[in-house]
Write a protein that binds this ligand. Structure first.
Ligand SMILES: [Zn+2]
Length: 237
């Protein structure tokens, strides 16, 4: 097994450990650490500035059972399938394949998401539908919340980023991950309050957090949910 550092330096591990690993070379950290990145499904090794190759390799080798064990606990990657139940903006829907029914659409009354076209394209169509719905919902919600603090959102975009759930630029553009559409309602409200608060404070200062709390009573709960369960939103391919 070969470990390639971000700096381009390479470590070789003789034993084939059978798992993927990301290596971070850190000037700040004082010791070797291993953690599991549940979103990327890899182990992450942090190597401090002064650390021999031998030490890093034996550290990984001695923790390989722990890594394998924890990687195996990550839920399998899945696809949207016929009859799956999914939560969209806090409401549960059943996916129903409906080749003759025209466009993919939500039947809110009967809580069904009808998906048209060939069944082999179902996953992609559901994902496209969620992205479209996310754009509408997040645009509407962001504008409403921004209005409460006398601000205007310039533009909302839907992305698929792993590093962050959402972001807000100084030009008042907000990006949201489409995966947030699958999160519980209070989590969505928290994220919107968070990004909209950045229209006023471009930092994570006490003033910023006070504004988030002012806009959303469940902010702390939403934030906690994302830390604990956020990786579950990445189990869909
Ligand atoms: Zn932020």
């Amino acid at each position: 097994m070969k470990i390639t550092l971000l700096s381009g330096k390479t470590f070789e591990i003789n034993a084939d450990l059978g798992f993927d690993m990301k290596v971070v070379y850190s000037g700040r950290s004082r010791r070797l650490t291993l953690r599991i990145d549940k979103k990327d499904r890899v182990a992450v090794l942090t190597i401090p500035k002064y650390c021999s190759r031998k030490k890093a390799v034996s550290f990984v080798e001695s923790h390989q059972d722990w890594v394998r064990d924890n990687l195996s606990k990550i839920p399998e990657l899945r696809y949207f399938k016929n009859h799956d139940k999914i939560s969209l903006f806090g409401k549960e829907y059943t996916i129903e394949h409906s080749p003759i029914r025209g466009n993919t659409r939500l039947d809110k009354k009967n809580k069904i998401l009808y998906v048209s076209g060939g069944i082999e394209f179902m996953h992609r169509r559901v994902k496209d539908f969620i992205k479209k719905m996310a754009l509408e919902e997040f645009s509407k919600r962001s504008a409403e919340v921004a209005d409460k603090i006398g601000k205007t959102v310039h533009n909302v975009c839907i992305k698929d980023t792993k590093s962050r759930w959402a972001s807000c630029s100084t030009l008042n553009n907000i990006n949201y991950s489409w995966r947030l559409a699958l999160a519980p309602e209070f989590v969505i409200r928290y994220i919107v309050a968070h990004e909209v608060s950045h229209l006023k404070h471009q930092d994570h200062s006490a003033y910023f957090w006070a504004l988030v709390e002012f806009l959303e009573d469940d902010a702390a709960k939403g934030r906690e949910w994302l830390t604990e369960n956020g990786h579950l939103l990445y189990t869909y391919k």
